[in-house]
Write a new protein. Structure first.
Length: 532
């Protein structure tokens, strides 16, 4: 039995209608939000799933098809739709980067390879084939090209200005992601003559000093490289083994800072970047210089206009990845994640345990459907855990969203405190939550439970009273007060919240109190009594 604790943090970064807001979101497939007509049934599905917001791409190629000629019709249409459905939007700016490539740059950018330089991934090569990805063709814009940076920043500023002009009163758009999974693949850094020269030049001294002053949060190999560096000099001298990745991160984060700052100056919405995880690979296999946790120190220094560094998590070790992204007081936001059977329990867990500001399965339009080959690969369906290969039940996901949505003021009032905790089947060793005098042990891997997707969130209402959201678990309350070591359950109710008020649906007692076993999503209110 290990105690569940929470590091106090209080990120009420996202607001809606003047109140703190948790995005119970879904991210659409890349092409869906290019057409309002195509989106109509998707909004419908999101509403049916109890979501309160969507993450929607807005692409550079669509809003600035010709240089300086902007077309924001799609942005307005999406905002109108969100309002009709009573939902919020996080826009995803697909500018220079989308999955480390430049798919969404407008034609006038793509075709002018002199003004808008491509990265030389290998000497003299602007397009390569990535061996690790079945020979996939790869090209991207250079992170060292100022003309691209200016054009990208200009387009983003126009976008933010436009959002402000149509939405400042209603605030339908509550956050923006700047670029998508930025970074460089095929190499740890660019290899043009200009990139070589920049790499040979001295690394900026204030940056070197910042890095040397922030080694405590760094991953072991990066810390080692920074600590054993010379403390000044060129990038190799300053950062040794990690120099190429740090060089890329420095330039990409600085590029994105320029874009984000241009937008924030005209309309200061919360802004985030998302990352393609490193998964222990070498930089260049995952996008080098992207905002992975191992480069978070670089990003926090170079991109202060970015509020959140967000991991896209498809891998099975979801919770460990979350742990990596809460360092440096980074608010946790999961903009993309899998739609398998852990999607629902993880939603509950990240709210209860990490006090997350948003959670969003990717391609949620397909929730409930059998997985495609790519999804199966991304989700790791062959690692031997049947839940990874089981699509999330739509009905239960909707229940989780609606229930959490109905508790929003209560949940956010407990954010940043130890009055809101959670446990999940994926972390069987952390099965116990303690609140003052009382604790709850939650067991999820038991022969008497048919479910394998257990989760439990507990919110302390008063010293002896708690709300519990439970599924797939057996719950045992206990006392941690040595003066009153015994605990009785005074009342146990099943119910829901309506307009912020608790409504009892059933009074539970007898067998139901004796067992405290929950095999379907259930919301409870419990009152305890301790004695000697
Ligand atoms: C991560 C990207 O950020 C998404 O836009 C999408 O391409 C997924 N990968 C693919 O499933």
């Amino acid at each position: 039995m290990r105690l569940e604790t929470v590091t106090p943090r209080n990120h009420h970064l996202l607001q809606a209608g003047g109140s703190p807001f948790i995005m119970l979101a879904g991210e659409v497939h890349n092409s869906s939000s290019s057409s309002a007509e195509y989106m109509e049934p998707i909004w419908e599905k999101a509403a049916g799933l109890g979501m309160n917001s969507l993450l929607l791409p807005v692409t550079w190629e669509m809003v600035e098809p010709e240089e300086g000629a902007f077309d924001f019709r799609i942005v307005e249409e999406l905002i109108d739709q969100a309002r009709r459905y009573g939902m919020k939007i996080g826009f995803l700016w697909f500018g220079a980067w989308k999955n480390a490539q430049c798919y969404y740059a407008p034609a006038w950018v793509k075709t002018d390879t002199v003004r808008f330089r491509r990265a030389e991934v290998e000497k003299g090569k602007k397009k390569i084939h990535l061996q690790e990805f079945h020979g996939m063709p790869y090209t991207t814009l250079s992170y060292l090209c100022e003309a691209t940076n200016e054009a990208d920043a200009n387009a983003f500023r126009e976008l933010m200005l436009h959002i402000k002009s149509v939405d400042e009163q209603e605030r339908t758009v509550i956050m923006v992601q700047v670029e998508n999974e930025p970074g460089l693949q095929g190499a740890a850094r660019e290899h043009s003559a200009a990139a070589d020269a920049a790499f040979e030049n001295d690394a900026p001294q204030p940056f070197v000093e910042y890095m040397r002053a922030h080694t405590s949060t760094m991953s072991a190999d990066v810390r080692q490289a920074v600590e054993s560096g010379a403390g000044s000099g060129n990038w190799m001298e300053a950062f040794g083994e990690a120099a190429e990745e740090i060089f890329s991160a420095y330039h990409i984060a600085s590029y994105i800072e320029k874009v984000a700052a241009a937008g924030k100056k005209v309309y200061p919405l919360p802004m985030m970047v998302n990352c393609w995880l490193d998964k222990g690979d070498k930089p260049g296999i995952y996008p080098s210089g992207g905002p992975v946790a191992r480069m978070m120190e670089v990003w926090k220094h170079c991109a202060p206009s970015i509020d959140v560094i967000a991991p896209d998590i498809y891998v099975p070790n979801f919770c460990e990845v979350c742990d990596d992204y809460v360092k440096m007081d980074n608010p946790l936001f999961i903009p993309e994640t899998a739609t398998h059977g852990y999607a629902g329990p993880r939603l509950v867990y990240v709210i209860g345990h990490y006090h997350v500001i948003g959670y969003s399965p990717f391609g949620f339009e397909d929730l409930g459907k059998p997985f495609t080959a790519i999804e199966s690969y991304l989700f790791g369906v062959d690692v031997g855990d049947p839940m990874l290969g089981t699509p999330q039940s739509m009905e239960e996901y909707a229940w989780y969203n609606r229930t959490l949505g109905s508790m929003m003021p209560l949940l956010t009032s407990k954010y940043g405190t130890a009055d809101l905790l959670a446990t999940i089947v994926e972390r069987p060793e952390r099965d116990t939550m303690v609140f003052g005098e009382y604790g709850f042990q939650t067991r999820m891997k038991l022969p008497i439970l048919s479910r394998k997707d257990g989760v439990c969130l507990v919110l302390k209402k008063a010293e002896d009273e708690f709300y519990i959201l439970a599924n797939g678990c057996v719950i045992t309350p206990f006392s941690v007060n040595p003066q009153k070591p015994h605990v009785d359950i005074l009342s146990l109710e099943e119910g829901l919240f309506q307009q912020g008020e608790w409504r009892m649906a059933r009074r539970l007692n007898g067998d139901d109190v004796a067992r405290m076993r929950f095999e379907s999503p259930t919301l409870l209110k419990i009152k305890l009594f301790g004695y000697q």
